[in-house]
Design a protein around this ligand. Structure first.
Ligand SMILES: *Cc1c(COP(=O)(O)O)cnc(C)c1O
Length: 398
């Protein structure tokens, strides 16, 4: 998945444009910048790639998720439904606003289970945050219907799924707002960076102002701009945007390589009857950034994961024991370790985490292994890797 694997001349040229002008900031300094507007150009490219009317670049994917929620008016005491399997950033982005993360089970897509979402709705629910994990997607039709019927926002975290589609729409462009990350290990990298994507003009305007101290960006004198509301600094720099601009132009090439590598490994593992694969909803097309498969039980998945590590099959994750991506090991969040006081309302709202049954999620994550699909492998390396993986799995299962 990582764009940093294929990195070179184009990235260097875009960064040098910025260094030559000396304007490292995305706003203002019109006279000095030699016509270079890398953040604006990247936003235009992303509008096209993501078939969305509006794109706001920001400083990270975590910022993007929090800004998306804030732009649609989610705040103190509101409940946001999110999956048990994601990245800690989902939880953090909700907490930053004083809102309450409500974790619910996933299904065989490795995304939000629609029935679990339905069951978690209360009068305080404002939004459903679907996370398109490991390059594929949740059951989007069912989730959209639930949101429509209950008047809830659908926020789509597509940080790991750029290049994937559902019914020909880019992942990240389906919800009311979509979020992307361009951190160092994502398919497209800026070093650090993120984006909020929407077709809603008001949400976009809010995101634009909120991510730059509430500046209204009217006219070209920053000192004279109005400040319609409170904002913070979640800006991206021109240097970061320049890297992303070179990378985004290569997205079709990256997806093609991922698909090729993915299919070689999948066809080899498909020969083993006990191995099954995550469900991709009908009409969905993965980004092929990961190959996610299931083994019969926790024991076999644990053994396969260990044997992969011992035999040099890197970049495969058994998330059951991972403390970044799955609720089971989020001790600091379950016990709400915070540097500063958290409101009583949020503390009370999170008490359910001590007792809620997530056995449905456990059942999938315990048996799942997800392998990163790298861009830099040669076809020969992928074939050898696929055979090695199949051999290890067969040995463990025999
Ligand atoms: C990477 C990631 C984020 C956060 O992005 P950063 O740019 O690292 O802040 C959020 N959600 C998911 C699913 C991610 O994989």
């Amino acid at each position: 998945m990582p764009g940093f694997e294929l990195f070179g001349e184009q990235e260097r040229k875009e960064v040098n444009d910025v260094l030559d002008s000396g304007v490292l900031m995305r706003y203002g300094f019109d006279g000095m910048r030699n016509g270079h507007w890398k953040a604006k150009e990247l936003e235009a490219e992303l509008q096209n790639t993501l078939q969305s009317n509006h794109v706001q670049l920001v400083s990270s994917g975590t910022a993007a998720v929090s800004i998306a929620l804030a732009s649609a008016g989610v705040g103190a005491g509101d409940e946001v439904i999110m999956p048990t399997f994601t990245f800690v950033a989902s939880f953090e982005a909700i907490m930053m606003l004083g809102a309450i993360p409500v974790l619910v089970d996933i299904d065989d897509t490795l995304g939000l289970a629609p029935e679990a979402v339905q069951a978690a709705i209360t009068p305080k629910t404002k939004a459903v945050m679907v996370v398109q994990m490991c390059g594929s997607m949740a059951k989007m039709d069912a989730l959209q219907n639930i949101c429509k019927a209950n008047n809830l926002l659908l926020i789509e975290d597509a940080c790991q799924a750029i290049g994937g589609t559902y019914k020909n729409k880019p992942l990240g462009s389906i919800g009311d707002l979509g979020c992307f990350s361009f951190d160092f290990v994502k398919t497209i990298t800026c070093g650090e960076g993120g984006a909020v994507v929407t077709n809603n003009k008001a949400y976009y305007t809010n995101a634009d102002h909120y991510s730059d101290h509430g500046h209204d960006h009217v006219g070209n004198d920053r000192g004279a701009e109005g400040h319609p509301f409170l904002g913070y600094n979640f800006r991206i720099s021109e240097l970061h945007a320049a890297v992303g601009l070179a990378q985004v132009k290569r997205l079709p090439e990256f997806i093609e390589i991922q698909m090729k590598h993915f299919n070689i490994i999948k066809s080899e593992l498909s020969k083993i009857p006990e191995v099954t694969f995550r469900t991709v909803p009908q009409g969905g097309e993965e980004s092929y950034g990961f190959l996610s498969f299931f083994l019969p039980d926790l024991e076999s998945a644990t053994k396969v994961s260990e044997a992969f590590k011992q035999n040099g099959v890197d970049a495969c994750f058994h998330y059951y024991n991972n403390n970044w991506h799955y609720i089971r090991k989020w001790e600091h969040l379950k016990n709400l370790k915070s540097l500063y006081p958290i409101s009583k309302e949020v503390k009370d709202g999170l008490k359910y985490l001590q007792t809620k049954d997530f056995s449905q999620s456990d059942n999938y994550i315990a048996r799942n292994i997800s392998c990163l699909i790298k861009l830099s492998w040669t076809e020969e390396e992928v074939k050898i890797r696929a055979q090695k993986m199949a051999k290890i799995i067969s040995e463990v299962l025999s």
